[in-house]
Design a protein around this ligand. Structure first.
Ligand code: SF4
Ligand code: SF4
Length: 441
């Protein structure tokens, strides 16, 4: 078995990355070092990045001694140098199955808001490998499709066409300064485009990418500072719905607050969009905290809903979302309302090995899927310091394995779809989706 195991990676103090000549790659599930299964070792996806884990020595598998071992130093010729662990940040579309194996207690600050994945070097395949599985084969989001040289003239032209639209001005910054792919799609007039609406939120997620207290890690983006009018929303969305290939417009795309707090504006805008055109898909991503607002949005013709949660257990949900003025039962009620109204209903499941595959979570998730009848789980690697998250969630031990979790779900719910991205309404139930995982490269 050990012969096939990839080699452990380590980095020197300058960030140069090496593969160890003898010691093997390990991963971590929760707080426990484990060996990756062969089935979960896949080549590092294109457009992924490698990170060093500052002040965190790697944990490796010593195949000779058959034990896990912490590697503080590595001998290089006559020199011995202190080393740190290496992690991968994968391109989207892949679910991480193991965290990087390292001694997190050496860490001096919170790691920035990325998702950290176990990575090693496979000598036989001559490539980096990660502990992961592909869950979506939509290639639209490949970075190669987003070339800024072709973008700039399109941004300038659209700004000239709609000089008074504050939302368009915001989205031009999102596209050009934040390099948001969704915002770029709007200017390319294709695929899924965002409609940010909300400067505020009624959750205070530990890993919110749009708002972080200053003493913690910096958030990646600033929230939109105003609520656009239905006119501004429609001026942008209607041409996109009518003309874009595979058109989706989505409220609640990540770095705003939660659009549910602007439901009246969104309902009015969506009503007008649906009156203006039957083309395209209108989607609502939200924390789902206000069920009566979901009913309102169903009534005006919203096509699909995606509700975010890190856990289907109230206690863990509360620890992460820190809800203000709503309770987890409201989120469950929102899911039910969307489904009962016949809308394509997804959850945005923010996953982390050790939390999402903990036996109690697996049982609760199976019950939740059975009770709600949701159509799809979007499997999103939670972008947060894994050690901080494990501590906040009270993790002490390991789960059943992320790959095993997906297998259980597929066994019990063959019609439940896995994925990573939102879908057009024509593609809600694609042919062959019952067996759509594992996704072929
Ligand atoms: S608010 Fe965030 S997700 Fe939305 S368009 Fe701007 S950068 Fe993209
Ligand atoms: S629900 Fe979304 S916007 Fe609100 S705090 Fe959580 S991540 Fe941030």
């Amino acid at each position: 078995m050990s012969k096939r195991l990839p080699k452990m990676l380590y980095a020197d103090s300058k960030g140069n990355i090496f593969d160890h000549p003898e010691l093997c790659m390990a991963g971590m599930n929760g707080t426990v070092a484990v060996l990756p299964d062969e089935v979960e070792l896949i080549p590092l996806p294109e457009d992924s990045k490698l990170f060093t884990m500052p002040s965190m020595p790697p944990i490796s598998w010593d195949a000779r001694k058959k034990t896990f071992t912490t590697v503080n130093e590595v001998r290089d010729g006559r020199r011995t140098q202190r080393v740190q662990a290496v992690a991968a940040f994968m391109a989207p579309g892949y679910l991480r199955t193991l965290l990087p194996a390292c001694v997190y207690s050496g860490k001096k600050t919170h790691l920035p808001l990325w998702s950290y994945t176990a990575v090693g070097w496979d000598e036989e395949r001559d490539c980096f490998v990660v502990a992961a599985t592909k869950v979506d084969n939509n290639r639209n989001w490949n970075p190669g499709n987003y070339d800024d040289r072709t973008l700039d003239p399109l941004v300038r032209r659209m700004l000239r066409e709609m000089p008074d639209n504050r939302l368009l001005e915001q989205l031009s910054r999102c596209a050009v300064d934040y390099h948001c792919f969704a915002a770029k799609n709007l200017f390319y007039r294709r695929w899924e485009a965002p409609l940010p609406t909300s400067p505020v939120c009624n959750s205070a997620c530990l890993g919110c990418i749009s708002l972080q207290p200053s003493e913690c890690c910096p958030s990646n983006h600033d929230r939109i500072a105003f609520v656009p009018t239905p006119e501004e929303l429609c001026e942008i969305a209607v041409p996109h719905l009518e003309q874009a290939e595979q058109a989706i417009v989505s409220y609640g795309q990540g770095c705003e607050g939660d659009p549910i707090l602007q439901a009246d504006t969104i309902a009015e805008a969506t009503r007008r969009m649906k009156k203006a055109t039957s083309c395209g898909t209108v989607n609502f991503n939200s924390n789902g905290s206000l069920p009566d607002r979901i009913q309102l949005l169903c009534d005006v013709g919203m096509d699909s809903f995606r509700f975010s949660m890190n856990s289907v257990r109230e206690e863990l949900y509360n620890r992460y979302y820190r809800p203000k003025g709503y309770v987890f039962a409201d989120v469950l009620r929102s899911v039910d309302i969307a489904k009962q109204n016949g809308r394509f209903t997804m959850i945005n499941y923010l996953v982390s090995p050790g939390v999402s595959d903990a036996p109690a979570e697996v049982d609760a998730l199976l019950r939740f899927v059975a009770d709600s009848g949701i159509d799809m789980i979007q499997l999103r690697n939670l972008s947060i310091d894994p050690d901080y998250y494990n501590r906040e969630m009270g993790v002490a031990g390991q789960g059943i394995g992320m790959y095993q979790l997906l297998q259980r779900l597929k066994q019990e719910f063959p019609r439940l779809q896995f994925g990573y991205y939102n879908r057009t309404k024509e593609n809600f139930f694609p042919e062959g989706f019952e067996t759509g995982w594992p996704v072929k490269e």
